[in-house]
Ligand binder design. Structure first.
Ligand code: SF4
Ligand code: SF4
Length: 443
């Protein structure tokens, strides 16, 4: 007689619904979509292999040793396997709790040094701290010293981690400071929305935050920018630190279900607009993240109302931009937009509305660029391989502009493209839309 399935409590210390493992029928149709398998050709670094490893550990058939953990850590959590899987395997629901379990049990540590840990968890998720940390880099860029130091090879003397951070830096524009809490719609009001500005994204690309707010106004939206909003929690959550991620979620639930300080006439907002794919996917997962918490109901509401800017505008019916931007452009699908939120057409639709802009196809558009939240910091070697691969595909398009809807992708792609073609315009689709509305063109 075959053994019955062990009970969940007995055999899933990671809190994973064991049925989720059984959805995988080992067909292997996901392997060619998996960036780490495509690079390494090792079954242990494929979705099928990782599911097998997690299940074998859960069953007690193999030990969670450093080698197994290494294969699981190398996963980008890009969820390309979910898009490719015909059996509907929910890979994210397996790897994320499993990583939290590995972190809780302290198996072999997180492999990060104190500096990376400090930067990732104490600086990056806090907009103000991040802006402060970027001030010296901004000064070097503005004065031209950054170019000079690069030319004489001074940055090569930096420790590897510092050099990585430096190489990822985009051209740092001046921060806008503080926008009014409420920006009124232009013309007839079509919607009332809240804008999620994020933490690192806003510090690195403040002009994109402003462009997002202005584009919404232009499209007839009253835009509320809540002052007390915080990081979405994705950086912590994807690093298996569930507690701090839940604390951020709790605060955002309280903030976004409120109303502006001077919000006479405001009821609840029609949508919460996000311009970073990673943050959007996290907010849409608040129902799951806040499960069992006192704010679970609010978490589910936030998850329903969160909308990527492109998704929202296409549903609303965007006002056509009129100023031409005559150039060839390529669009890279950010994993947390295409796989995490199944949004592929809408950013392209917005770009295609711009007169003169020719959108050219990109080979392997849905293969991760290697940014994946903090992956380019925690797994620099694989991140570099994927970054170079993406740059090669982008350069082959001959495009003069590259658009993508996530802060991490913008930095990662920028880092590797600048090595080959420093004058490419690398931006968010909403930057292009705003440039076409205003006739300001590429920078
Ligand atoms: S995850 Fe899906 S596609 Fe991959 S092996 Fe399992 S069933 Fe097949
Ligand atoms: S999440 Fe991405 S890297 Fe991880 S197994 Fe799936 S496709 Fe591969």
């Amino acid at each position: 007689m075959s053994n019955p399935l062990p009970t969940i409590d007995a055999r899933n210390p990671a809190g994973i619904d064991y049925e989720l493992f059984l959805d995988c029928v080992h067909c292997g149709l996901c392997t060619s979509a998996c960036p780490t398998y495509v690079e390494l050709g090792d079954e242990n670094d494929s979705p099928r292999g990782r599911i097998y490893l997690m299940r074998a550990v859960t069953d007690g058939r193999i030990a969670l040793d450093a080698q197994v953990k290494g294969h699981l850590d190398l996963c980008l959590d890009c969820r390309a396997c979910e898009s490719a899987c015909p059996s509907g395997v929910q890979y994210g629901k397996l790897i994320e709790p499993f990583r939290i379990h590995m972190d809780k049990t302290g198996v072999h540590g997180d492999g990060l040094g104190w500096f990376k840990r400090f930067l990732l968890f104490q600086v990056t998720p806090y907009g103000g701290r991040m802006r402060l940390a970027l001030a010296p880099a901004r000064f070097l860029q503005w004065t031209g010293l950054d170019w000079l130091f690069g030319k004489i090879g001074l940055f090569k003397l930096l420790p590897r981690t510092m050099r990585q951070f430096h190489d990822m830096l985009p051209p740092l524009g001046r921060h806008y400071g503080r926008l009014p809490e409420v920006l009124p719609a232009e013309g007839k009001r079509r919607a009332r929305v809240a804008l999620f500005t994020g933490c690192a994204g806003d510090a690195f690309f403040p002009a994109t935050t402003v462009a997002t707010a202005r584009v919404l106004q232009k499209n007839g939206c009253d835009v509320w920018i809540p002052r007390a909003q915080v990081c979405c929690g994705a950086l912590h959550y994807h690093s298996a630190k569930e507690g701090p991620a839940q604390a951020f979620a709790r605060q955002n639930c309280a903030v976004f279900l409120g109303k502006p300080a001077d919000g006479a006439g405001w009821d609840s907002v029609d949508a919460i607009i996000v311009n970073a794919a990673g943050c959007g996917a996290m907010l849409k997962d608040y129902g799951h993240l806040t499960q069992g918490m006192d704010c679970a109901e609010q978490g589910a509401v936030i998850a329903r109302k969160a909308k990527d800017i492109s998704e929202f505008l296409v549903d609303l019916g965007p006002i056509p931009p009129t100023h031409p931007i005559k150039m060839k452009a390529a669009y890279h699908d950010a994993c947390h937009l295409c796989h995490g939120q199944q949004i592929r057409k809408q950013p392209r639709q917005l770009l295609e509305m711009i007169p003169g802009l020719e959108l050219v196809p990109l080979h392997e558009s849905e293969i991760c660029c290697g940014a994946a939240g903090s992956y380019n910091i925690t797994q620099p070697d694989m991140a570099e391989r994927l970054g170079q691969r993406k740059a090669k595909n982008l350069l082959a398009t001959g495009a003069a502009a590259v658009f993508t809807s996530n802060v991490g992708c913008l930095m990662q792609i920028g880092r590797y493209l600048r090595q080959h073609k420093p004058n490419l315009w690398i931006a968010h689709p909403v930057d292009a839309l705003w440039a076409s509305y205003t006739g300001t063109g590429p920078p």
